[in-house]
Design a protein around this ligand. Structure first.
Ligand code: 5AD
Ligand code: SF4
Length: 481
């Protein structure tokens, strides 16, 4: 998954995925007055796209029981924060926000504050009992319980449910689309993770992996298309291990089948997905992408490290050669595919030579972009229990800077190679800098900016010829096709 909590995640990564990162606020029509509803709620999300998608599920559950969304913190009767535990930095950010919410609570007694998501499981007692900062703590599998817990909290109970389920997929819930541009939406296809990468807290905070009913996924995509959306991103911690058995006839739907079914909803509905795991991505998936024009030619394939010994310590279950074989297969089967990565530097015992292997992988794989982090030890993980966090912060930061510098250089080269090419771009809205320009993405997930032209609006496809490129953006002009 893609995460946003790290100030070192500069430049390209932030730029390219700007619409999918940062805080999220409701964009639904605000209530005219609170007395038409059970109350007003406000929600902020941190961390991965899955958290953003979960906030939309929470929105839908609360709306069902009469709550209405507000974008104004000062008006909210219920303030929710959907949290991330992936790195220490993410947790620190949330703590700061909670202290602010606490001040609001003191000014406006009766306001309830709830912590949702990955920190809920990790820090439940701390929040509720020691720090007395919040009224509700609700884990990622317990959102259906929210209305009941909120009602209890209104009567003075401390509401807590961090039960992790083996079955919950929220398959029947129609998410309330938040802060949406009306063009692109996320669809959650599975939850949890069974991989146990040694650095990662996700299997502990989100529980066991389970796949959602394929019919409900296709129906959600269909409904989004009918409402005018033109892009869906299928989300899971490891989409390649998606597997759903139809209880009616025992038929098994794997990720390749699912991709195809969603692609067949409509040729004008673009399909993206995240995240792929190098150990699980199959040629069948690659051929499915190649066969359908509307499945985007872009794969986020986190390498984490370019060195086989470190990969083994990370429990990634592949080595450098395996990863390279998968990259070769991608470029062979989908020649114009862009590949991006997640990289962790300064993992336990990493040497300078091993760091060089990561640098050489960035160049060899020719990533269009990467999300780059230094290792942050997370309590309870395999690595925290087994290996000392023995790379100094200075070395971690220096290695990270080398990685960022190289990736910026590779991204710039990647983008410059697009000058003169024409791409089909889905218009998402105004560019960040000017309302005279549109922004949109090409199939390779690159942000393209171009002057507006009469008759085009967000949700339309246009052909754009690239004139200039930075490491983050392609700049071009609409061209007749
Ligand atoms: N420290 C640093 N980065 C981490 N990630 C996951 N856990 C950690 C950690 N403990 C990164 C990985 C993952 C991405 C979502 O976050 O690169 O792919
Ligand atoms: Fe964490 Fe690894 Fe699962 Fe990704 S695949 S969520 S890094 S355990």
């Amino acid at each position: 998954m893609l995460y946003d909590d790290n100030p070192t995640l500069v430049g390209i990564a932030k730029e390219i995925d700007e619409s999918k990162q940062g805080e999220v606020f409701f964009n639904a029509q605000p209530a005219e007055s609170a007395d038409t509803a059970a109350g007003l709620f406000y929600i902020e999300s941190y961390g991965c796209q899955m958290n953003f998608s979960d906030s939309e599920i929470v929105g839908s559950i609360l709306a069902e029981s009469g709550y209405k969304p507000t974008r104004d913190l000062e008006l909210a009767d219920l303030i929710l924060i959907n949290t991330c535990s992936i790195r220490e930095k993410a947790e620190e950010t949330v703590r700061k926000r909670l202290r602010l919410f606490d001040k609001i609570k003191k000014q406006r007694p009766g306001t309830l504050v709830g912590v949702l998501g990955c920190m809920a499981e990790r820090l439940k007692t701390k929040f509720l009992e020691e720090e007395k900062l919040v009224d509700l703590v609700v884990g990622p599998d317990a959102y259906r319980d929210l209305p009941k817990l909120v009602a209890g909290a209104e009567d003075g109970d401390k509401g807590i449910n961090v039960f992790l389920s083996r079955e919950e997929t929220y398959a029947d819930i129609n998410p309330l689309r938040l802060d949406s541009n009306g063009v692109a939406a996320f669809i959650s296809i599975m939850r949890g993770c069974d991989n146990m990468c040694s650095f990662c807290v996700v299997p502990f905070t989100r529980g066991r992996e389970r796949s959602r009913d394929a019919f409900s996924i296709v129906a959600e995509a269909q409904e989004l298309y009918e409402r005018g959306y033109r892009e869906v991103t299928l989300l899971g911690q490891n989409v390649d291990s998606y597997k759903w058995e139809n209880p009616e006839n025992g038929e098994i739907v794997n990720f390749a089948h699912l991709l195809e079914r969603v692609a067949l909803v409509h040729p004008d509905l673009r399909v993206r997905f995240s995240t792929s795991h190098p150990k699980d991505i199959t040629d069948e998936v690659l051929h499915t992408i190649a066969r359908h024009e509307n499945i985007c030619n872009y794969i986020h394939l986190p390498v984490q490290s370019g060195n086989s010994r470190i990969l083994e310590l990370m429990n990634r279950t592949y080595d450098r050669e395996w990863y390279m074989d998968r990259v070769e297969a991608i470029y062979r089967i989908i020649p114009d595919c862009a590949i991006s990565s997640d990289i962790i530097t300064g993992f336990c015992s990493e040497t300078e030579e091993e760091h060089q292997d990561t640098l050489s992988m960035i160049e060899w794989a020719n990533y269009s972009m990467s999300y780059m982090f230094f290792y942050s030890e997370r309590p309870g993980t395999l690595a925290a229990r087994k290996f000392p966090d023995d790379i100094s912060m200075d070395v971690k930061k220096r290695r990270l800077n080398e990685i960022i510098r190289l990736q910026n250089h590779v991204s710039l080269k990647h983008n410059k190679a697009d000058i003169g090419k024409t791409f089909k771009v889905l218009i998402e809205g105004d560019s960040k800098k000017s309302d005279q320009e549109f922004k949109g993405r090409n199939s390779q997930n690159k942000m393209v900016v171009f002057p507006k032209a009469e008759g085009y609006r967000p949700g339309d496809y246009v052909f754009v010829k690239v004139k200039e490129a930075s490491s983050a953006t392609l700049i071009g002009e609409i061209t007749p096709q």
